[in-house]
Design a protein around this ligand. Structure first.
Ligand SMILES: Nc1ncnc2c1ncn2[C@@H]1O[C@H](COP(=O)(O)OP(=O)(O)OP(=O)(O)O)[C@@H](O)[C@H]1O
Length: 331
């Protein structure tokens, strides 16, 4: 049987910003495959490179950023080998992105209908206005907004509704891959929950692949089936989310993130933060970039960058990972 083609395939992807301070290694040699109908989470602290990677996949990097190495394929097509016209057709129809604080990205002077129609008609040259209007109604229903709001302007909708509209626009052309960059961060917990449920519900029908970017560890491990944990531009661990219920055996950074989840005890909330700060991406530490913060680091960690160990469904970049015992062993 022929192996299934991934919807997203990242191979040794690196992205750097050319800044006054030097080259910022925002994404550093990451590889990942995402298949249809799955949600993969991407987590890491602020500044770890998550959004840069999302923008790189969409080929929407800022001028100062360059893909310095690797290949990015969506549906088997190399995103960086397409000419401008091909890319224009491909973006939004095959891959789309819900940006950070996207709900404020709607055009304030256009109705919701005008904005949805714009996406539909610019990609479907043969679609009539009537067909596009019908599709807009269908999209509003999918995201559970009364179609009467098609005539509304963004400011007439609540934050949660605006975010649903943005999701409707992102899925309007039935893309195979949807990148969601912190899609619910600006919303309160109840609205956040209802949007996440909606995303799961739509995905069940549409079967697209989702790369879900967030710094909220518990939210991502609940939503995604697989999680990539990013530290200083690298994936230090890629694992199935089930395994994240327990800290033992994971990369020391993953362990730190798990311990940092607030735990409710009888009468208090305990949180163990990770001591120290993420490194300067212009001047990365030698060896494993996490070693200055790692409670288990030894001499080798300070000198040599660890290779990736692949065991069962887990990929881990740590010298202390014992392949036989399938866990990180303190030296
Ligand atoms: N235009 C830029 N010029 C130089 N460096 C940049 C630029 N944009 C981002 N960076 C740097 O690239 C690194 C990765 O940033 P990125 O926004 O991808 O991280 P992130 O994990 O998405 O963070 P957040 O969760 O805060 O959005 C950071 O160190 C950031 O300072």
């Amino acid at each position: 049987m022929e192996a299934k083609q991934p919807v997203l395939e990242l191979e040794n992807v690196s992205v750097a910003y050319d800044s006054q301070a030097g080259m910022v290694q925002a994404v550093n040699d990451v590889s990942l495959k995402i298949y249809e109908n799955t949600i993969v989470g991407l987590i890491g602290e602020s500044g770890s490179g998550k959004s840069t990677l999302g923008n790189a996949i969409m080929r929407l990097l800022k001028n100062s950023a360059v893909l310095t190495n690797g290949t990015i394929k969506v549906n088997g097509k190399d995103v960086y080998q397409m000419d401008k016209k091909e890319l224009q057709k491909f973006r939004w129809s095959q891959m789309s992105m819900v940006f950070q604080s996207a709900m404020n990205a709607l055009n304030p002077v256009l109705t919701i209908e005008a904005q949805i129609l714009d996406v539909l008609l610019s990609h479907h040259k043969k679609m009539s206005k009537k067909e596009a209007r019908a599709k807009a109604v269908e999209l509003m229903e999918i995201v559970s907004i009364d179609p009467s709001h098609l005539k509304s302007y963004p400011h007439e909708l609540s934050g949660g509704m605006r975010q649903r509209v943005v999701i409707a626009i992102a899925i309007a052309l039935d893309p195979k891959l949807v990148i969601m960059d912190e899609p619910t961060t600006a919303l309160d917990v109840v609205v956040q929950r209802s949007i996440l449920d909606k995303i799961k519900e739509i995905q069940k029908v549409k079967k697209f692949a989702i790369l879900f970017i967030s710094h909220d560890f518990s939210l991502v491990s609940e939503l995604a089936s697989k999680v990539a944990i990013m530290y200083a531009g690298r994936f230090v661990e890629v694992t199935d989310s089930q395994s994240l219920k327990q800290a033992e055996g994971h990369h020391p950074y993953t362990q730190g993130l798990i311990h940092a989840i607030p735990h409710l005890t009888a009468d208090e909330v305990s949180i163990e933060g990770i001591p120290g700060n993420p490194p300067d991406l212009v001047d990365l530490p030698s060896g494993c970039a996490y070693h200055p913060r790692c409670p288990f680091a030894n001499e080798r960690c300070r000198i040599e960058r660890p290779a990736i160990s692949k065991v069962n469904n887990r990929e881990i970049e740590c010298h202390l990972y014992d392949v036989e015992r399938k866990e990180v062993v303190k030296s």
